[in-house]
Design a protein around this ligand. Sequence first.
Ligand code: G6P
Ligand code: MG
Length: 222
Amino acid sequence: QIQAVIFDLDGVITDTAEYHYQAWGMIAKELSLPFTREFNENLKGVSRIASLELLLGQAATPHTYSPEEMEEMATRKNEFYQQLIQQVTPADVLPGISELLSELKDHGVKTGIASASKNAFTVIRLLGMEKDFRVIVDAAKLARNKPDPEVFLTAADAFGVDPQFCVGVEDAVAGVEAIKAAGMFAVYISLQENLSIADMNLNHTAELNYSELNQQFAAAKN
Ligand code: G6P
Ligand code: MG
């Protein structure tokens, strides 16, 4: 039996992955760096500063920036991002999420958020979902980034649930790696290719439902 479901936030609960993409796009434009949606896939689930490093690595002629310059660019990206998320409302919860959350509640399954974003609390508040998650891991308190399992293990620990009874839901490759490293059942949601390391591959959040999830979870245990 599933005891807890731990969700990634950006790109799973709501489409803020799009706003991260747009904000990085503005920084890339300022620096005249190439930036595509395909490349952006590598930034999903990746921390702010590590994302910046990947973006700067796209330069044809590499340039070394001081830690202060790096910090300044990361802050600027965050300012763009914070402006963009001002438009988030409860109507922006992705299809199928609210239904799944109420099914999980009915079955006594705990629900939490394992996001690498320091803006996670703000986004949850804008969505009006403060009461939907018993645990929201504070990214500012984490030492290691996805694909390290720390964020998922922190959530399981806060629930007092053994990771083997937890399900993690992700839209990022690094995130699925983190879920598997935590010893949990991994659901990957992506319109792109399937991930062989994921236990369940879905194209869209609308395909999520408790009975299917529970069935696949039970099958994976046998
Ligand atoms: C999530 C997103 C990433 C983002 C990271 C840090 O993992 O998928 O795109 O870089 O959070 O977010 P932050 O809001 O702290 O810059
Ligand atoms: Mg995500």
